[in-house]
Write a protein that binds this ligand. Structure first.
Ligand code: FE
Ligand code: FE
Ligand code: ZN
Length: 204
């Protein structure tokens, strides 16, 4: 098997990965409560459909028939995403978990496209390089957007939701504070600051 054959195999794998994502993204958009997050999923669904067309062009440029090869990696990531959507979580906590699932998918794609771009470059397949690079940039942008959504609003909102739960639960049942304490200590200083800020907002 040559590197060229290996590249064709990876493209078949990506073709199946993208196809699976077009089925998963609408479900994730539906499960999202944050409007910006829902829009991000919907926008990436449109991009993903274009990426599938782009892969078909790659097959053409390689002189290969369009063919999918089962991508177990993406299947597993989507399977975990389904578990996440089945969790008993709402609002910002579910949104934060959806971002975690979506970023796993994006990172898988970034890894795969990054490798394929490099191999195509080494093999002198200029058209393939440019097609795959376009998609790679879209995947990176999608990943960055998810990070921005998490950091700008969703993660903070998820922390604040946990706090209002704590207030309701801890007031009557004092014993609970002990089991919760280690979780609080485990948080990073970044999250601790967020908690303080959220408490501040409520006092105002
Ligand atoms: Fe993609
Ligand atoms: Fe794969
Ligand atoms: Zn993607």
């Amino acid at each position: 098997m040559t590197l060229h054959d290996m590249l064709v195999d990876e493209i078949k794998d990506l073709y199946h990965a993208e196809k699976q994502l077009t089925k998963a993204l609408p479900k994730m958009a539906k499960a999202a409560t944050n409007e910006d997050l829902r829009e991000a999923f919907e926008m990436h669904l449109e991009e993903t459909q274009e990426q599938i067309t782009r892969l078909e062009e790659v097959f053409g440029a390689l002189g290969e028939k369009v063919k999918a090869k089962p991508c177990a990696g993406m299947a597993g990531i989507i399977e975990e995403g389904k578990d996440t959507m089945g969790e008993d979580a709402e609002g910002a906590v579910m949104d934060a978990a959806l971002i975690a699932a979506a970023q796993r998918a994006e990172h898988y794609e970034i890894g795969a496209y990054g490798t394929c771009v490099e191999w195509a470059r080494l093999l002198g397949l200029d058209e393939v390089v440019s097609l795959l690079e376009t998609t790679l940039e879209e995947e990176k942008a999608a990943d960055k957007k998810l990070t921005a959504l998490a950091e700008s609003e969703i993660n903070q909102a998820a922390v604040a939701e946990g706090e209002s739960d704590d207030e309701e639960a801890e007031a009557p049942v004092r014993g609970n504070t002990r089991s919760r304490a280690p979780v609080a200590r485990g948080q990073s200083s970044g999250n601790a600051r967020t908690r303080a800020k959220a408490a501040d907002r409520r006092r105002r």
